[in-house]
Design a protein around this ligand. Structure first.
Ligand SMILES: [Zn+2]
Length: 333
């Protein structure tokens, strides 16, 4: 049974009244799944990240700052609040992502989902921002590379916001192929098509900005015609999805137009790619702020990840053609 990694500590990270990144997000997802018998997945308790796991990505002083700010309930900025429960929640959000990659790379499971908060893809080495404290996906990727024998990892970030943290942490590395589809121009402002990485990482950042109003046809084509062929050549041993759901048409923060079923369409493509490459696929929760859209889209993702059905072909979208001109300098598309 694929692991669904969770912990009640996620409910104790209190961001304050009216904040969109709230405990009800996890409650809504779990209520949906409970009503569907967890889709046959196995709920697993998330461990706390170890100091060793955290310190591969964050300086010790920053980890201590997150602990101290949480104790006082001090906010990092207007978006990024903490409460006394935040430190444990953040440790388990990072630890759950690490437990996910451990389960996947041990060889038994083809897929899994780490459903914890706070999210992580905006957190940089020493900077909390955009509701994120620790860089969960980057920490899990680093753990897979440094401790579990992985040599190459693909991260597909389909959150409506650019995953600036993950991108920055591996910007000069070829150990991780980072692909992000995000609304642009939009917060946080990073991730133009022209940002392809630097140094040894040049070509290993695939930033795929899309304009407001973009929907499923473009997302599926970008996955199918840009990310998939690049990943085939890269041959990752592990595929991670930074699974945000704020590109859904009902999301109050995002301005894109994905449907609930679009997430199944993307997830089935990533699963098929993983099968082709012999690599497992793990998803880690990021954003998504309409409770109904979030809960149903997570369930849709999990169903598609576990199902392994071969996706149908999609038409080549103009945005994919446009992206291919630049990305095609590094990868044969
Ligand atoms: Zn987001």
């Amino acid at each position: 049974m694929p692991p669904f990694i969770r912990h009640r500590a996620s409910l104790e990270h209190d961001t304050g009244f009216g904040h969109p990144e709230r405990a009800d997000r996890v409650r809504a997802i779990e209520a949906e799944l409970e009503g569907r018998d967890w889709l046959g997945w196995e709920p697993v308790e998330a461990p706390e990240a170890t100091e060793e796991q955290l310190l591969r990505v964050h300086p010790r002083e920053y980890v201590e700052q997150v602990r101290a700010f949480s104790e006082r309930g001090q906010a990092f900025d207007l978006d990024t609040a903490t409460s006394p429960g935040s430190y444990e929640a953040a440790l388990r959000a990072a630890g759950g992502a690490c437990a996910l990659v451990e389960a996947l790379l041990a060889g038994g499971e083809r897929t899994g989902f780490s459903c914890l908060r706070p999210p992580g893809h905006h957190a940089e080495a020493a900077t909390a921002m955009g509701f994120c404290l620790f860089a969960n996906v980057a920490i899990a990727a680093r753990h897979a590379l440094d401790a579990l024998g992985a040599e190459r990892i693909l991260v597909l970030d389909w959150d409506v916001h650019h995953g600036n943290g993950t991108n920055a942490l591996f910007h000069d590395s070829c150990e991780l192929l980072f692909a992000s589809i995000h609304q642009f121009p939009f917060w946080p402002g990073s991730g133009p098509l022209s940002d392809v990485g630097e140094g040894k990482g040049e070509g290993y950042s695939i930033n795929l900005p899309v304009p407001a109003g973009t929907g499923e046809a473009a997302f599926l084509s970008l996955v199918e015609h840009v990310v998939t062929p690049a990943a085939r050549q890269y041959r990752p041993d592990l595929l991670l999805i930074s699974a945000g759901y704020d590109a859904h048409r009902d999301d109050p923060l995002g301005g894109l137009a994905l449907e609930t079923s679009s997430y199944g369409g993307m997830a089935s493509r990533v699963r098929a790619l993983g099968d082709e490459l012999g690599a497992p696929v793990g998803a880690v929760l990021e954003g998504g702020y309409d409770l109904r859209a979030l809960a149903s889209s997570v369930a849709e993702t999990m169903a598609a990840l576990a199902d392994g059905a071969v996706p149908t072909d999609v038409a080549r979208h103009p945005l994919a053609e446009q992206a291919a001109e630049l990305v095609g300098r590094y990868w044969e598309l």
